[in-house]
Design a protein around this ligand. Sequence first.
Ligand code: FES
Length: 185
Amino acid sequence: MTDNPHDDNPRRRDFLYIATGVVGAAGVCAGAWPFISALGPDAETIANGAPVDVNLEPIAEGQIAKVLWRGRLVFIRHRTAEEIQKAKDLPVSAQLDPQEDSLRVKEGHEEWLVVFGNCTHLGCVLLGHEGQHGGWSCPCHGSEFDTSGRVTRGPAPSNLPVPDYVFLDGGTSIRIGVSSPDQTV
Ligand code: FES
């Protein structure tokens, strides 16, 4: 996984996507800047838990974008049709914390998976497109997660949690940190 924008393999172009728009008191949100940007919200604002808006349009199919929200890493994965099918087909017997893929994504937006990005064992940052099921693997003690963020190999005890979020703008962006588009913080 590299941050090289000139790499032709979209799976190798996963990028850090920190500078999202923070939803202000008036509900105004800014656009998103790909890659690290000094224009992003300050750490105190993020730490206070303001929702963040993320423009999904620059995230190519197969890519995993990374966002910081409340100081926590969030992965936004634009799943391919193959990755979606693999998630649907994963037998319960291969899951350590069984859960339907459909309960981890939004209906009608199955191509988007939004999960916290730290291993549920001791919190290491996971590596994307790794592991037996092509989801993530943990470089620390070898846990693996599938393309739905479900743990398939321990010692991690549980699936990657899904934060509250909603789709906006006809599905071209998401707001992380709210459970309905009208929610004010
Ligand atoms: S922190 Fe991931 S397996 Fe230990």
